[in-house]
Design a protein around this ligand. Structure first.
Ligand SMILES: [Zn+2]
Length: 94
């Protein structure tokens, strides 16, 4: 991965945290939603995937981005160890 650049500041971003554990949430959007259970989930967010990645930060404005993703997630929502890994999550995003 090339080193990211902050467009606003024209500055190379730096690794703020290497090997961070992040939780990718899934936004639930169902077409033709039917049934009470489906309606309850509509536009909600649920567990999806947990990843190792690097967090980069602009040294000027402080904006942060996620980069340096692993090739595959640490765990996915359907795996037995998901809740264990979820306890180590440092940030969540959709
Ligand atoms: Zn910046």
């Amino acid at each position: 991965m090339h080193t990211p650049v902050c467009i606003k500041c024209c500055t190379t971003m730096r690794v703020h945290k290497a090997g961070a554990v992040v939780h990718e949430l899934r936004t639930n959007v169902f077409k033709g939603t039917k049934g009470e259970k489906a309606k309850a989930l509509l536009n909600s967010v649920t567990d999806y995937k947990i990843w190792h990645c690097d967090i980069y930060k602009c040294p000027v404005c402080g904006v942060e981005i996620i980069g340096g993703w692993g090739n595959k997630p640490i765990s996915e929502h359907w795996e037995k160890d998901f809740q264990f890994h979820k306890s180590n999550v440092e940030l969540e995003f959709c």
